[in-house]
Ligand binder design. Structure first.
Ligand SMILES: C[S@@+](CC[C@H](N)C(=O)[O-])C[C@H]1O[C@@H](n2cnc3c(N)ncnc32)[C@H](O)[C@@H]1O
Length: 263
């Protein structure tokens, strides 16, 4: 049985997520290319605080934004409040674990951006998520999945904390510094990230937050077997949002999947 903590794995991270990713949007043109080709709303799995959701909707795409984290969706909701009505109307928020998602409509495009699939830690969750994708996919629809494979950290995990954030939070004026402390469980193929954030207020008070997230990393062959077992064929695989051909050193993979013809 999954605990509440597993369901909202972003409960702690949500306070820092937008500062952590900053204004990174390198993947937007990649998703826009596919978004333009569809007539139905896009189903975005793990929409989080709307980093991609809102820019997609600003270009005219409709998005069903699914996430299991109430705190991430609360941020998305507050960001949406500042958007024009026509953008707000294009986005529907759904608070659900992907493994129990049950919507009426089927979608021509399902996107699973920015390593969300890596948060599906067990084979049961991965299979159940892929079943839900199949259930919500229109005939001839496609699924885009962005996964990472931290080859360099698997080979040599940094012993020291890695500084990831050093910024001033515009909303509060606080200085926020954040470090990742990595470890790799090679048996379970899990990268464990301990996050340490130090928030220094304008009056000099310091608050420290310390929490851990886990991500399952996948080698291409096992991922492709998993997709095939769940009824998907790989239409294309790339590395990088400029769609380069992947090789043995690729630390990120983008899969474009279709459902295999039955029978
Ligand atoms: C790396 S963040 C990506 C957020 C956003 N898509 C972006 O690109 O910035 C992963 C998101 O997936 C969500 N998530 C993880 N497991 C999930 C699950 N089983 N069902 C639905 N959402 C999930 C997390 O709550 C988090 O918001």
């Amino acid at each position: 049985m999954r605990t509440r903590n597993q369901l909202d794995i972003y409960g702690d991270f949500s306070d820092f997520y937008d500062l952590y990713v900053g204004d990174w949007l390198e993947d937007l043109p990649f998703y826009l290319e596919y978004a333009k080709q569809v007539q139905t709303p896009i189903l975005e799995v793990g929409a989080g605080s709307g980093r991609l959701t809102i820019p997609l909707a600003r270009t005219g795409a409709s998005v069903i934004a699914v996430d299991s984290s109430s705190s991430m969706l609360a941020i998305l909701r507050s960001r949406l409040d500042k958007e024009p009505i026509e953008v707000r109307e294009r986005i529907q928020l759904v608070h659900s674990d992907i493994c129990s998602l049950l919507l009426e409509d089927r979608h021509e495009l399902i996107v699973v951006p920015f390593y969300t699939f890596n948060y599906f830690l067990t084979p049961e969750i991965q299979k159940s998520a892929l079943e839900r994708f199949a259930q919500h996919l229109a005939p001839q629809g496609r699924v885009l999945i962005d996964v990472f494979l931290p080859l360099s950290r698997i080979q040599r995990c940094p012993a020291e904390p890695v500084l990831k954030v050093d910024t001033v939070d515009a909303a509060t004026g606080n200085n926020v510094r954040g470090w990742n402390i990595y470890s790799i469980d090679k048996v379970r193929q899990i990268e464990i990230r301990r996050h340490v954030f130090k928030v220094t207020g304008k009056d000099g008070t310091v608050l420290e937050r310390d929490f851990t997230t886990q991500r399952r990393y996948f080698y291409p062959s096992e991922l492709e077997s998993l997709f095939a077992d769940c009824g998907f064929s790989v239409e294309a695989a790339f590395t990088g949002y400029e769609k380069k051909e992947a090789d043995d050193d690729s630390e990120q993979l983008l899969y474009l999947l279709r459902q295999k013809a039955s029978g």
